[in-house]
Write a protein that binds this ligand. Sequence first.
Ligand SMILES: [Zn+2]
Length: 373
Amino acid sequence: MSIVFMDYRISCAKCGRRQPETAFRCASCGSILEVSYRGRGKLLRQDRGKPISRYLDFLPIGNLYVELGEGGTPLKRISSGEFKDIGLFLKLETGNPTMTFKDRGSAVEISKAVELKMRAVCCASTGNMGLSVAHYARQAGMRCTIFISKDANAKKIEKIRRQGARIVEVKGDFNKALNEAEAFARKTGAFLCGDYHFRKEGQKTLGFEVVEQSGKEMPDYVFMPVGNATLFSGVYKGLTEFKKAGLVEQIPRLVAVQSEKCDPLVSAWLKKKKLSYVRPRTEADAIAVGYPTFGFEGIEAIRKSKGDAVAVAEKEIEDAVMGLERFGVYAELGGGTGFAGFLKYYRENPAKLKGKRVVVVVTGNNEGVFREQ
Ligand SMILES: [Zn+2]
């Protein structure tokens, strides 16, 4: 595979100061960072089984050194009488190596860690990202430490341990684990994985695939579950880059979905208020994030795409997960939350969706809650 040196820079999302490759927050103001590219990217020829390499021109790495079969997931058409007045498609991220979309971001992050000759990585997680990072780090021969809440899903913690990662159980929620992971990275020099700029770059490839798989029939709406809003804001960022490169004409309306029991982004959008911390009480552990890292960017993505946000009841999430099973699709609660949001939005706004093409992202099935019971 050829090495592409795309001209990119990493800078602070707030004050704009340029940052080194190893930074994960702005040294001056502490804000999160972002990657920007000079020029228009091109699509590369797709290697078999390496779908993300096609987008290397839009990624801040010289090469994908660790590709384990992530990406290239199906966009499945749903033909059902219930939804006969819309074109409904499911983007099935359960097809990734650790069964969640997190693998897209891990491929980019661990490739960056290889490029920087790092020997150890660390990460805070609610469960799925930890498993994904542990899987990729193991394949790259790196030590891995995962910070996770003591209250996280025990089955997920055990899976991460089986990938050879060291687990640090944190008293507190995801945001507490995040602070500890950052402190550990500063102290030990381990490469910090997680909801930061490199991961966001990997996760935006989901949006690229939706564009390519839709061809001339671009979706009008894309529904996604939101935890840290890395995927949500990343997909928006990717679509704007595709637009700049002339690869897509119109950006779909992006709809953010959260549980009513953990809805900081949705309530900030609906009440037109600043984002504020919410204590997570949802059973959908993959999206149990009280203060989304990319919350501001997520709200911007809704506004600029003329999208929307919807919060769903826990019971609606469970029903949606079971509803997906009728189409042969299995999701964990967080993974099926986008579908729950779509069902509610369709019920409450039938005129808005009538005649439209709708993509719902099924983000993961790490736990297989219903299948294993
Ligand atoms: Zn700054």
